[in-house]
Design a binder for this molecule. Structure first.
Ligand code: NAP
Length: 282
């Protein structure tokens, strides 16, 4: 069996860093980070995410507020609410749950968030900085991939890494972060030919396609390191893009689902709020 990369364990380590940052500030009588997470309407997935954010933030001593808005809210009114948060010196991070209800221009609303408080790296300004290699809040799912690789001391420089998936949320930013670490990155997608051959020749495979159990033993070799970002519901269970049972004995290292990439994402989002507070003071 390959080594299991344990996202829950890494998440606990990062939580410890956040806790000591917050406790240190409390002891000195300084502000603690405050995050406001906006939910428009009551999309089931978004309700789950916002509750999880609250649980993680409050357990670490970070101030957390849910801003629950009716799904009939107008675009203008929603942007006004964001402006108020942008101008509030006591708010350091703003999270906007997506998707927004139909009829609201998502891009316009996202870009109303001040880049200094955009801890989820959603605005064009912050995404532009990410692709220019400038310092920015790292988007949490791509950052989770990199953090897991680094915590397990997996060298990235010069390694052949295949990223399967090219979405703006996962595939592209993961590829960029890997490139920033001097990996040699190949981005694959639904039109890629000979995907199995490309993957078998890679040192590291990051898969983010949303197709449960798609990647099987034919895509890997005994030295492969496999990072599974996928989270689909299959027979009522959260399932990754990798057929874990068939792959885990044939590779060097692998992340499980659940308990891999997804176990760390919210923690890293809250860590970004600590960075936002520090930036605000410097
Ligand atoms: P997405 O926007 O649907 O993008 C999927 C990508 O996969 C597309 O680029 C698509 O190619 C590619 N693709 C689909 N089928 C393929 C195939 N058979 N072979 C090769 N490429 C294929 O999805 P996403 O938002 O990136 O999310 C991907 C997965 O990650 C989902 O399961 C999602 O739930 C999960 N996710 C997990 C987290 C977490 O925290 N763990 C966070 C975000 C997302 P084309 O571009 O050619 O269509």
């Amino acid at each position: 069996m390959g080594i299991i990369i344990d996202g829950r364990k890494v998440s606990l380590e990062v939580k410890e860093e956040i806790r000591s940052f917050v406790n240190n500030r409390k002891e000195k009588g300084l502000k603690v980070p405050k995050v406001v997470s906006i939910l428009v309407g009551n999309d089931g997935g978004s309700v789950f995410y916002i509750n999880n954010q609250e649980k993680v933030a409050t357990s670490l001593g970070v101030d957390f507020e849910k801003l629950l808005l009716d799904e009939t809210i107008s675009e203008e009114h929603l942007i006004d609410e964001i402006e108020k948060l942008n101008n509030d010196n006591n708010v350091h991070g703003i999270i906007l749950q997506l998707p927004l209800p139909k009829g609201i221009n998502e891009k316009k609303v996202i870009n109303a968030i001040s880049s200094d408080k955009d801890i989820d790296c959603l605005t064009y300004e912050n995404q532009g900085k990410l692709y220019c290699g400038e310092k920015v809040f790292l988007p949490c799912t791509p950052n989770s991939v990199i953090t897991l690789l680094e915590k397990y001391e997996i060298e990235l420089e010069g390694k052949n890494v295949v990223v399967i998936g090219r979405s703006n949320i996962v595939g592209k930013p993961v590829a960029q972060l890997l490139l920033n670490k001097n990996a040699t990155v190949t981005i694959c997608h639904s039109r890629t030919k000979n995907l199995q051959d490309i993957c078998r020749n890679a040192d590291i495979i990051v898969v983010a396609i949303g197709r449960p159990k798609y990647l099987n033993e034919d895509f890997v070799n005994e030295k492969s390191i496999v990072i599974d970002v996928g989270t689909s519901s299959l027979d009522g269970k959260i399932t990754g893009d990798v057929d874990f049972e068939r792959v885990c004995n044939k590779v060097d290292m692998i992340t499980p689902v659940p308990g891999g990439v997804g176990a760390l994402t919210t923690t890293l989002l809250i860590k970004n709020a600590c960075e936002a507070l520090e930036n605000n003071e410097n």
